[in-house]
Design a protein around this ligand. Structure first.
Ligand code: ZN
Length: 466
């Protein structure tokens, strides 16, 4: 059975020159849905290894595992690219409660990535609630000093693209503590960047910017349910006291790796197409959606090209980036080395928006490139992939940007992504096998088309038949 699945597509591709792009795409989707590897790889990455925060043992295990699996695929090259990454450790599970009218109410919090610990026996203070860190200026030091700043900003529910809603609040999480500290706050509690009401706190990166070490204050996320409770309690009792305890720690940078595999191009080996996701994840869940899904889909792109008997003209690389979450060191390192070596990257595709049903792609390139890509849209229509738009591609491939490269991001349905993002419930059972495989096929199809027709602006627009 397995041999048949392997041979049929090879036969079709090799002997049937009249094979249309529609036929090739059909083969790719069939291979993914009947013989895909992405779900099996994700199972291992999520359930056997688990959360893979940069600098952790699990991140190292994920490097070794994915390298070994890529080596099994018979690619032309597989290697590790060293990169120094930050090492931040959460420590003991965080604890928090508030007291009002003599009653103690426990709440769910988690330290934000990069935060300092609270004093050993915790931190207790009165609370001042703000809608955004910008409100601090109008309150001034007199109302903020000595208090915990509670930044209660909810994701805007009427935005259909939930990434926009997330983007509208992420600066609060990232800079909130640094801004509050300037007014003498002793800590910050930030409402979780989640689309729904539940009890899971969502972590994520934060930064103190250039704030001196002595002035830094601990910062945590609170679950959306508890943010509402705290806000209501504050309306009744503005003098209530909030307590939290965290033991997180920042260590010196450690060495880690980007994992890279390559199929060398038959006609233009010095032109590169990179496809990737990030291998690191936050530590609370197992990082199945963010970004285990993108990792295994990217690995499957190269496997499916081989399985479908497609010999690419250009060199196709899978790049599993390390440290997207709290440093972007892997993405920067890959672009830096590519520049040093003078490698001409013509296209890069990232999957880092969850393993949900694919809707299309966002493209970051010049208008000629986008016009050419848009002509391929009908090829994706049978798979309900209609959404092609100009826009942001992804964090890890961003550093590759120049005038001659087209960048793209896989765009899955985003409605449930922020229910899981950076939280304990970002786990394998919340990834649907078919949805994940459709994403892998969609990425493979686009890589196949870009490799076949190129994206060079100087070339005459080729007419896409079929
Ligand atoms: Zn991610």
């Amino acid at each position: 059975m397995k041999i048949r699945l392997l041979l049929v597509p090879i036969f079709l591709y090799s002997f049937c020159n009249a094979q249309t792009d529609q036929d090739i795409l059909k083969t790719i989707y069939k291979t993914s849905l009947t013989n895909g590897m992405s779900y099996q790889w994700l199972d291992y990455l999520s359930n056997t290894i688990g959360g893979r925060l940069s600098g952790s043992t699990n991140a190292e295990l994920a490097v070794q595992y994915t390298k070994k699996e890529l080596e099994k695929l018979g690619l032309d090259k597989v290697w590790l690219q060293p990169v120094m990454v930050p090492k931040w450790v959460r420590g003991e599970k965080e604890m928090a409660y508030f007291t009002t009218s003599g009653e103690l109410k426990k709440v769910n919090i988690c330290a934000l990535g990069g935060s300092i610990a609270t004093p050993e026996n915790g931190l207790k203070a009165k609370v001042i609630e703000v809608g955004s860190y910008e409100d601090l200026e109008s309150l001034g030091e007199a109302k903020v000093k000595g208090k915990i700043v509670f930044i209660n900003r909810a994701l805007q529910p009427d935005l259909i693209n939930t990434f926009e809603a997330y983007g509208g609040c992420s600066t609060e999480r990232y800079r909130g503590a640094a801004e509050a500290a300037k007014y003498g706050a002793v800590g910050t509690i930030v409402r979780s960047l989640s689309s729904r009401q539940d009890d899971y706190p969502h972590t994520g990166s934060m930064s103190y910017g250039d704030l001196p070490v002595k002035k830094r204050i601990p910062s945590a996320a609170i679950s959306t349910n508890d943010a509402v409770k705290l806000s209501e309690a504050l309306k009744r009792d503005k003098d209530l006291e909030f307590f939290f305890e965290m033991s997180c720690q920042q260590f010196d940078d450690v060495e880690s790796y980007n994992v890279i595999g390559e199929i060398t191009g038959s006609e233009f080996p010095n032109e590169y197409i990179a496809v990737g996701g990030h291998l690191d994840s936050w530590d609370l869940g197992d990082g199945a959606h963010d970004d285990g899904a993108g990792v295994v889909q990217s690995m499957d792109v190269l496997r499916m090209l081989k399985e479908s008997g497609i010999q690419p003209k250009r060199s196709i690389r899978v790049v599993l980036f390390m440290n997207e979450e709290n440093g972007l060191r892997g993405g920067r390192k890959y672009a830096e080395v590519a520049k040093e070596k003078g490698e001409k990257h013509v296209f890069a595709l990232e999957s880092d928006a969850g393993g949900f049903t694919p809707r299309g792609f966002s493209f970051d390139g010049n208008d000629l490139m986008l016009k050419k890509i848009d002509a391929w849209r009908p090829l994706f229509k049978p798979y309900l992939i209609h959404f092609f738009e100009k826009g942001y591609s992804g964090a890890d491939i961003g550093p590759l940007k120049n005038d001659n490269i087209l960048l793209a991001g896989l765009r899955p349905d985003s409605q449930r992504y922020f229910d899981h993002h950076h939280a304990t419930n970002d786990t394998f059972e919340h990834v649907n096998k078919r949805e994940l495989e459709l994403g892998a096929a969609t990425m493979t199809a686009l890589v196949y088309l870009v490799d076949k027709y190129g994206v060079e602006t100087s070339l005459e627009m080729k007419e896409i038949k079929d």
